[in-house]
Ligand binder design. Structure first.
Ligand code: DHB
Ligand code: FE
Length: 280
């Protein structure tokens, strides 16, 4: 039986790709951010996951505004990155775990999630850069299953629905006959707003409360808020925290709070990082 051995949640800012390309990890601006990943890499080296389910949001590379699925799952043999216009180098392709992808798709559809299935799929900075933060040599030692949640075009799914999606992903992995060790990687958030009157908006109090909630007695705390309320609290792009909720939900009721980092700002974003493991 496959097993989720842990979950990492992190922000995903395109400028990270520029910092990596220019070797700026130890610059004073970047150091508090990049150093946050050292304990995570240590844990990955000790625990060696076989496959990563990456829960992220596409920003217009694979889906554009003309076709915007609420939830989509990749079932491709390979996932390729491409130029998104940020001026950062494209990263090497990722090998898909197709049998697990199809098992996930079948399980989720059986559980009444109406998915878009992608047998070809480009992956953007929200997928590639967190992977490069976990494995800086970019020689991916894992296969991947992309799960994409729309947070770029209204209407976005509710926090409650994303929590349920995460629970269903957890059940799907648990019912997979293989013996893979699975890492769930959720990317997005925390508070940030890139456009409009509140551009640059960050809400540290809310972010820290949210991170606390995920490892506390009420991990569903943020599901009390509507999409509009989440945008009010965290900014238009802060709604990407939905990925953190879905990721946390894959782990079951209780988790170990293994590691956290929070640093303001990276580009326009309050950058958060957590490693949680399931409590037996
Ligand atoms: C930034 C953050 C994002 O989540 C994103 O997708 C693009 C840019 C930023 O802070 O620059
Ligand atoms: Fe984003």
């Amino acid at each position: 039986m496959a097993k989720i051995i842990g979950a990492v949640t992190t922000s995903h800012v395109p400028a990270i790709g520029g910092a990596i390309a220019k070797g700026r990890q130890q610059d004073p601006y970047w150091k508090p951010f990049f150093d946050g990943f050292n304990p995570i890499r240590q844990w990955l080296g000790d625990n060696k996951p076989d496959v990563v389910v990456v829960i992220y949001n596409d920003h217009g590379l694979n889906f554009f505004l003309d076709k915007m699925p609420t939830f989509s799952v990749g079932a491709a043999p390979t996932y390729v990155n491409a130029d998104e216009g940020w001026g950062i180098p494209s990263l090497p392709p990722f090998t898909g775990h197709q049998p697990l992808s199809w098992h996930l798709i079948e399980s989720l559809v059986e559980e009444e999630f109406d998915l878009t299935t992608c047998q070809e799929m480009l992956v953007d900075h929200a997928f590639t850069l967190p992977m490069a933060l976990l494995w800086p040599d970019q020689k991916w030692p894992v296969t991947v299953v992309p799960v994409c949640i729309n947070t770029v075009q209204a209407p976005v799914p509710s926090a409650k629905r994303c929590w349920k999606l995460g629970e269903a992903i957890g059940r799907a992995v648990a019912s997979w006959a293989g013996d893979e060790k699975v890492l769930v990687l959720g990317t997005g958030g925390l508070s940030h707003q890139l456009d409009g009157e509140r551009a640059g908006f960050i809400n540290k109090d809310f972010d820290l409360k949210f991170m606390d909630s995920l490892v506390g007695d009420d991990p569903q705390w943020a599901t009390q808020f509507s999409g509009h309320e989440l945008v009010e609290q965290t900014g238009t792009q802060g709604i990407e925290l939905l990925m953190w909720l879905a990721t946390r939900a894959t782990l079951g009721e209780k988790v170990n709070d293994v590691f956290r980092n929070y640093h303001i700002p990276i580009s326009n974003t309050a950058s958060g990082l957590m490693l949680m493991t399931p409590k037996a």
